[in-house]
Design a protein around this ligand. Sequence first.
Ligand SMILES: [Zn+2]
Length: 130
Amino acid sequence: MTRTQVICAKCGTELREDSSLPSKERSPCPSCGSLNRNFKVILEERMDLHDRLTLKLFLPGIKRLMERVDSGESMYKKTGDWNVLVRKYNRIKNEYSEEIKSKDEKIIKIVKEPLNQHKGHGSAKKNQKK
Ligand SMILES: [Zn+2]
């Protein structure tokens, strides 16, 4: 985002004057009466950082993933909101759970079911192809 600040060249007062205003139409600076101006062009960019941790457990001699935990921020694509996700997948205990909360701790989704009954998305999708 770009914005332009109009500043009195003599005293430095920030003026509420359009930067495209022709110099002949300027009103004198309310502080010092000067008609000279400086323009300060401000560039602003915002960057947000989000983190998420994934743990994967494999056991010796077994190719399949035994346990997976995802914990961290997750963007809900429909709204663009960042929520807090904790997803656990445990083949040994046959458990699947997913908990999604908004930043202000409101529960958006809670799923807890046996892993062999969990179907349709995420890690279950990949397993259905096998
Ligand atoms: Zn001034």
